[in-house]
Write a protein that binds this ligand. Sequence first.
Ligand SMILES: NC(=O)c1ccc[n+]([C@@H]2O[C@H](COP(=O)([O-])OP(=O)(O)OC[C@H]3O[C@@H](n4cnc5c(N)ncnc54)[C@H](O)[C@@H]3O)[C@@H](O)[C@H]2O)c1
Ligand SMILES: [Zn+2]
Ligand SMILES: [Zn+2]
Length: 384
Amino acid sequence: MNYRGPFRVRADHNKPDPEILHPQDAIVRVTRSCICGSDLHIYHGLVPDTRVGTTFGHEFTGVVEQVGTGVQKLKVGDHVLVPFNIACGSCTFCKQELYGNCHESNPEATAVGGIFGYSHTAGGYDGGQAEYVRVPYADVGPTIIPEGMDLDDAVLLTDVVPTGYQAAEMGGIKKGDTVVVFGAGPIGIMAAKCAWLFGAARVIIIDHLEYRLEFARNYSQCEAYNFKSLGDPVVFMKKTTGGLGADVCIDAVGAEAAGDTMQTLLGRKMLMTGGSATALHWAINSVKKGGIISIVGVYGPINALVPIGNVVNKGLTIRANQASVKRLLPRMIEHVQAGRIDPKGIITHRIPLEEVSEAYHIFSAKRDNCIKPVLIPPKAEMRA
Ligand SMILES: NC(=O)c1ccc[n+]([C@@H]2O[C@H](COP(=O)([O-])OP(=O)(O)OC[C@H]3O[C@@H](n4cnc5c(N)ncnc54)[C@H](O)[C@@H]3O)[C@@H](O)[C@H]2O)c1
Ligand SMILES: [Zn+2]
Ligand SMILES: [Zn+2]
C-alpha cells in the first residue's frame, strides 16, 4: 500500500520490492498484516513527517525470503511474527528490555525507537501492509511462530496482545482492584481482558460506540458504558466506586479522543496541542487518590491539555510507553497456548490487501461493526 495524503491510501503495483540494505536485514514475504488504531493517526495526517509514498503496517507475519550476510539465527523459510518495534537488541535501552525505546533504530530517537511503517518520526521504515517488507536487525525482533499456532493469533502478538497486557501491567493492578479502561478498540478490549489476569475484581470499559461496548461485554467479560449517556463520566465513576474513584485507570484512546469540544478543537482540528487528551483527563480525574494511570494511547510530542495539578495533589503515579513486544512475547505465547487469551477472537474483517483503501475507510469510519481488520496479501492463502 501507499500513503497519498490524509485519508488517502491505495494499493500500488509499481513500488519496487524492498531489498537488503544492511547485512543484518531480512526480506519477509508477508502472510498477514493488520490495520491498527495507531495507523489511523498517520492516515488522518496527524503524525509529523508522514511522507507520501510510505507503506504503513507494523503488525505482520511472514515467511523469510532472504537474509543479509550478517544474519545468524533467522533462516530462509522461517515463518515469523515481527514485533512492531524495530530494536537493535544491544543499546542501553534494549539491554533494559525497553525495546520500544531503542536508541539505534531511529535517527530521531529522542523518544520512540523505530516502528515499521510509522512515518519518518519513527525512523522512516516501510511497513508490512505489502507483499514484501525489509526487516532490520533480523536476529532481534522476528520470532518463529510456534508450531500449531493460527496465523490470525500470531499476527495479533505483534502489537495488540502485548500492548493490552502491558497496559494492565503498567497499571500495577492488585487483587481486588477496580480497573477502568477508556477506549473499547482492540487495545482497550485486550487491556480489559488482561486486567482479570492480574486479579482485578471489577473491570469497566468506556466508549461511545455501542457495537464496541457490546463486543467488550462479551469478549472481555466486563461492564461497559457509553460516555454519551453517562452525563459527566467522572461523576459516574466516582459514584460507582463508593465515592473514592477507581484504583487504576487505563487510557487506551490517545490523541483522537472524542467527548470534549475544546480538546477536540485544539487537539484535532487546529492541531495546537499534541491531540485531544479527553480520555486522559477523565482518567486522571476518576482514579482514586494515590491511584495509578497507565497510558498506552498515543499522543503527539507537543503539549497536551492534562490536569497536571490534580496528578500532584492526588498523588498519582503515571506509567506510559509504547509496548515492549519482545519482552512480553514468551509470556503472551504461553497465555495464548493455555487458552487464557484468544487473540483472533477480535478479528472482524479479513480483507484482500488489494482492497486496502476500502479497509482503511471501514476501520477509520468505524463502519460495519469493525473491531480489527486483517489484510491478506494475494500470495498468502485465505484462512477462515
Ligand atoms: N503504546 C503502544 O504500544 C500502542 C500500541 C498500539 C496502539 N496504541 C494506541 O492505542 C490507542 C487505541 O488503539 P486501538 O487500535 O484500540 O484504536 P481504535 O481507534 O480502534 O480505538 C479507540 C477507541 O476509543 C474510543 N474513544 C474515543 N474517545 C473516547 C473517550 N473520550 N473515552 C473513551 N473512549 C473513547 C473510540 O470510539 C474507539 O473505539 C491508539 O491511540 C493507538 O495509537 C498504542
Ligand atoms: Zn498497532
Ligand atoms: Zn536498541
